[in-house]
Design a protein around this ligand. Structure first.
Ligand code: NAD
Length: 373
């Protein structure tokens, strides 16, 4: 089983294997209603860097449906992919780059946004090169593999006066937005406890996700980041402290470089406690919020959908959308109207998560309760 297949299969199993198709179909209705094209017809050109599973199966699909941006170019190290994508998306030959000649993108007026979809350790190099070329940059999560790299990426984009956004698609997903609204407006009272888990059964033992140097860590970096994000967007606060524990390693040959699973606890200023769990050997994804007047939960909570939710008052009924389509259109619309990407997905937001992820690892390694302030 290829690494691409195993992850895709994981994400589809929550939707009976047809999640992507369903989401892509339903987006035609709900998405069209949500995002109208800009009146002057301007669409931002996006170049995807790295044509792996996520770029191919989600972002490229999204960029065929978006009203305010489109797939204008690609950057790939594999010539066969360049031909395949050029044909499929009718790409102009001059908008196809490899990793060596990528910097020439500076003079390409068709490209407004470079979207980095490479293994985590490569994000920094390509964000820096895109910024130097004067392009606005979207970067996949986790933003980097170290706090220092995240800081350097923000600095480089500031110096080049370009926007930097992180691909936090849940920020644009209707069920998630409704949970955030209900919690922030205290419809369920004060949030006291959040249980949030995200894990899957990883496939190919040779893939980059299992190499610390490329991934920066294990499931915490890959999917636990969604739980850390959720704790922050539900409470609207930054955590004060963290404790964490590594789980048992049942397959040392597979998990020799990164953790097999990890649990962590965060304390927030408004007195919410968060229990997080992430694993490469448990299929699990949920967000449960317990508050003084009720509860609210999503499960599935983080995969491509359909997301499902309920509260103590009954089921949550929200539109099912294709996450990446809505995300890219919202980001493009924000840029076309304000000259900026939405603040809640900017580089600083990515950096805040990186600081917490690294502290979780430090807390697990030392067994100590560590301050995050
Ligand atoms: P993938 O392994 O499917 O694709 C990685 C791409 O990078 C491939 O095209 C590969 O050829 C290229 N590459 C270049 N140099 C490489 C090297 N030295 N080793 C390995 N690959 C190399 O990975 P993916 O699942 O597409 O993930 C890419 C990024 O997207 C990661 O940062 C990941 O966290 C993120 N991602 C985000 C989501 C989301 O929902 N936001 C989902 C999946 C992945």
């Amino acid at each position: 089983m290829s690494k691409q297949t195993s992850r895709r299969d994981f994400l589809q199993q929550f939707t009976g294997g047809i999640g992507v198709t369903l989401a892509a179909l339903s987006v035609t209705d709900s998405h069209a209603a949500a995002i109208a094209p800009m009146t002057d017809g301007k669409k931002l050109g996006v170049a995807l860097v790295g044509l792996g599973s996520y770029a191919k199966n989600q972002l490229a699909v999204a960029l065929e449906k978006t009203a305010n941006c489109y797939l204008a170019g690609i950057v790939t190290g594999t010539p066969a992919k360049a031909d395949e994508w050029a044909k499929k998306y009718n790409l102009d030959k001059k908008n196809i780059y490899n990793y060596q000649n990528f910097d020439q993108i500076a003079s390409n007026k068709d490209i407004d946004i470079v979207y980095v979809v490479l293994p985590n350790s490569m994000h920094k190099e390509f964000v820096l090169r895109a910024a130097k070329a004067g392009k606005h940059v979207m970067c996949e999560k986790p933003m980097s593999t170290t706090v220092k790299d995240a800081e350097d990426m923000i600095q480089a984009c500031k110096a080049a006066n370009v926007q930097l956004g992180i691909g936090y698609r849940m920020h644009f997903e209707p069920f998630t937005k409704e949970v955030i609204r209900q919690c922030r407006e205290k419809q369920v009272g004060d949030v006291r406890f959040i249980q949030t888990n995200f894990g899957f059964n990883i496939g190919d033992p040779t893939q980059w996700r299992l190499k610390k140097e490329m991934a920066g860590g294990g499931p915490l970096m890959d999917v636990g980041i969604y739980c850390v994000q959720a704790a922050r967007y539900v409470t609207g606060e930054e955590p004060l402290s963290v404790t964490a524990q590594y789980g048992p390693v049942t397959e040392p040959a597979v998990f020799k470089d990164v953790e097999q699973s990890i649990s962590w606890q965060l304390e927030f200023p408004g007195h919410a406690t968060v229990n997080g769990f992430s694993s490469y050997r448990s299929n699990i994804e949920q967000l449960y919020v317990s508050a003084t007047k009720g509860w609210i939960q999503l499960s599935p909570a983080y995969s491509y959908g359909p997301i499902k939710g309920s509260t103590n008052a009954g089921p949550l009924n929200m539109p099912v959308v294709h996450h990446q389509t809505v995300m890219m259109d919202e980001i493009a619309k924000s840029f076309l109207t304000t000259g900026k990407f939405p603040e809640h997905i900017n580089g600083e937001e990515g950096l805040r998560d990186m600081r917490i992820l690294m502290k979780i690892y430090e807390a697990a390694a030392t067994g100590k309760k560590l301050s995050l302030v």
